[in-house]
Write a protein that binds this ligand. Structure first.
Ligand SMILES: [Mn+2]
Length: 317
């Protein structure tokens, strides 16, 4: 069983380096840094480092460490929350002595000596809690900050327990985590506090999204719009969920212009959208995925493909 193997590996190594995906979200940070807290608290003599580029908007969760190249030689590398190798932040992950993958996304790239992939889990943070729980009577400890991090990851990936990925297990683990005395309202404020420019952009999106008869909505955010509203591409990522409660929308796409590419974010309440994402340099969950377009023409092609998926879905209902 993966949990046993992972636990045995962690016990053997003195140095453990934990990675996660590029453009991190609270689950990427929460699972990565939450696992560090568990290992540090349980094995104080071990060196545990967080690799990857610091994301300023997630600085309230954790700080990344400076990892020297040499440190990888005898290290165990654990990659959290990342389905494909190209999306691993800091490509030195290959330079360790051992490699473990822990993830809840559909298994795109098989990498690692041990792979623990559970697509029924709401989040990788949920898996890290499960790991702790399974081995708590064999010495694993979860300190308060670790509980805060895992809770943030679960909250982030479930849209505050709203998405269908939220299971009885998710809620049970969350209930366990809130027994710790960390400041939950303060955490929510940090996660969901919306800056004024972003709120204004929300208003623009609500005024301008399209909807087709088959229930597809698209939102086009050009560089010009980003500049006009003083919002960055990263900041737009928190807005993708906002069309989920609009009547008649089954699936939606955000096209956000970024330097040479157009970032594509897909969400759905039924139609399977990750195949369309895979056609366009992306992937992810069946109902939440991302892709990259190289021109506005390509976004038209994506829109047509999504339209087909929505039509087929509607006809099958
Ligand atoms: Mn995740």
């Amino acid at each position: 069983m993966c949990i046993n193997q992972i636990f045995e590996k962690i016990k053997v190594y003195d140095t453990i380096i934990i990675h996660r995906h590029v453009r991190p979200d609270p689950d990427a940070y929460g699972s990565q840094a939450g696992l560090k807290e568990i290992i540090k608290a349980s094995f104080p003599e071990k060196t545990v480092l967080l690799a990857g580029k610091q994301e300023p908007t997630l600085g309230y969760l954790a700080d990344m460490d400076d990892v020297e190249d040499d440190t990888y030689h005898d290290a165990l590398v654990i990659v959290c929350d990342t389905a494909n190798e190209a999306r691993i932040c800091d490509q030195r992950y290959k330079q360790g002595k051992g490699l473990i993958k822990i993830d809840h996304h559909p298994n795109v790239d098989e990498y690692g000596d041990i792979q623990w992939v559970d697509t029924d889990a709401s989040s990788t943070s949920e898996l890290i809690y499960e790991f702790y729980l399974a081995k708590s009577d064999e010495g694993l400890t979860l300190p308060e900050n670790g509980a805060r991090l895992l809770y943030a990851g679960i909250v982030g990936d479930t849209g505050r327990f709203l998405f269908p990925s939220t299971t009885t297990k998710t809620l049970k683990y969350a209930a366990d985590l809130v027994k710790y005395p960390f400041d939950r309202p303060a955490l929510y404020n940090l996660m969901y506090n919306t800056k004024l420019p972003v709120s204004r952009l929300k208003g623009y999106i609500l005024q301008n999204f399209t909807v087709t008869e088959s229930g597809l909505s698209t939102v086009r955010i050009s560089k010009e719009i980003l500049d006009r509203f003083h919002v960055t591409v990263v900041e737009t990522s928190q807005l993708v969920g906002m069309l989920g409660d609009v009547e008649g929308i089954l699936a939606w796409a955000f096209f956000v212009e970024e330097d040479e590419i157009i970032r594509v974010r897909l969400r759905s309440k039924g139609p399977i959208v990750n195949k369309v994402a895979a056609n366009h340099n992306g992937g992810g969950h069946p109902m939440a995925s991302g892709a990259t377009a190289y021109s506005w023409e390509e976004t038209e092609v994506i829109t047509e493909e999504l339209e087909e998926v929505c039509k087929a879905y509607k006809n099958s209902q």
